[in-house]
Design a protein around this ligand. Structure first.
Ligand SMILES: [Zn+2]
Length: 364
């Protein structure tokens, strides 16, 4: 998203005056928030964990023979993570943005809610504050507090199609907005009404391809329906909420967790490539994070919750023209999930902390 800046700098260095700009408005700011449910910092920063993969195999099976090991193993954590998410590391982090949460280099990110499961985590991301007393289940309860998505819509006077959330988990219908109908939301197994024939077909197919879980559809539908909305409605604010990493982990399928993360990397590549091809999206801010961590041992990596050590640890990736490109954050005061709402609002020129003393401050 900084390509235009580089072009101008190169022109100045070469002693060339930039061509006079045609009469047009300054490029608009756009925001894309992406969450990957329950992805541990261990996999984000280290890729395949051979000890955990080994623990999921039959006693007499050889680790070296497992397809996941053949596909994702490498000598170092940096090589292993790049096997799982090659685009994220070689393009987004190496050239565009930064990521915090690698505790091995003095970078910590944690949730401030004490529940350490999904609804409290997403609500903390979207409102900027934990409300442990009121938000304490994953039930389909309308969010008691307005979300930053709703705040952006109101402050920027955006139409309903311009602030959209696509989620694999059905509960995003309730988490993402305090006032029903405020935003465009498509989440869980839900028909997507559209004039785009390909998206209509995907909307139909989601019901023909059930997952093993009752309340979440495959992430592929979430992604491609969101891409259709992006191409056709040009939203200023888009929230993409993926789920599969968490559900495969609960099911003990570590190989499928890595598969899902790898597919997500492909989605990021497709999304970013498309954004770069669109003049309207040249100034797009992207934040990628997770709602909670998980346990650290071969016994509890599948789980998360108040009593699971490690489930409070998360990570945040920033790809924004408003932030320096700095690769991995090192040796800094801890960051918290309750700072995300103010951060993304500030990128859009909106102060989400005004009059809200409990909301975390924007990350610079
Ligand atoms: Zn979750």
């Amino acid at each position: 998203m900084v390509a235009r800046v580089f072009v101008i700098v190169i022109a100045l260095v070469a002693g060339l005056a930039p061509a006079p700009a045609p009469q047009q408005a300054a490029p608009r700011d756009n925001l894309i928030l992406i969450t990957l449910d329950g992805v541990r910092a261990a996999e984000m920063f280290g890729g395949l964990d051979p000890v955990i993969l080994r623990s999921t195999l039959a006693k007499d099976a050889k680790l070296e023979d497992s397809p996941a090991y053949k596909r994702f193993n490498a000598a170092t954590p940096a090589e292993r993570r790049a096997r799982v998410m090659p685009f994220f590391w070689s393009e987004l982090m190496a050239k565009q943005g930064s990521i915090a949460g690698n505790t091995s280099i003095g970078s910590a990110v944690t949730v401030t809610n004490t529940h350490r499961f999904s609804y409290p985590g997403y609500s903390e991301i979207l409102t900027g504050q934990a409300h442990d007393d009121l938000i304490k289940s994953n039930d389909r309860i309308q969010n008691p507090y307005p979300t930053v998505l709703e705040g952006l819509k109101e402050t920027l006077s955006l139409p309903v199609t311009s602030v959209a959330a696509f989620g694999s988990w059905e509960v995003f219908n309730e988490i993402a907005e305090h006032t029903p109908g405020n935003l465009t939301i498509n989440a869980g197994y839900e028909e997507f009404a559209t004039s785009d024939p390909a998206a209509r077909e995907m909307s139909r197919m989601q019901f023909q391809t059930p997952t093993a879980w009752d309340s979440a559809r495959h992430d592929a539908y979430t992604f491609y329906l969101a891409m259709s909305h992006l191409r056709n409605a040009h939203p200023r604010v888009l929230y993409l909420a993926f789920d599969e990493t968490d559900d495969w982990a609960h099911g003990g399928r570590y190989d499928r967790v890595l598969d899902a993360l790898s597919r997500t990397d492909g989605y990021l590549k497709e999304l970013f490539t498309w954004l770069q091809s669109q003049p309207e999206y040249q100034r797009t801010h992207i934040l990628i994070t997770t709602d909670h961590g998980r346990g650290k041992t071969t016994d509890d990596w599948k789980s998360h919750g108040a009593k699971i050590e490690g489930a409070q640890e998360t990570w945040i990736a920033f790809i924004s023209p408003a932030m320096p490109q700095r690769g991995e954050w090192r040796n800094h005061p801890p960051l918290h999930t309750n700072q995300i709402a103010a951060t993304i609002a500030s990128w859009m020129g909106v102060d989400w902390t005004a009059g809200k003393p409990g909301v975390g401050k924007a990350i610079k």
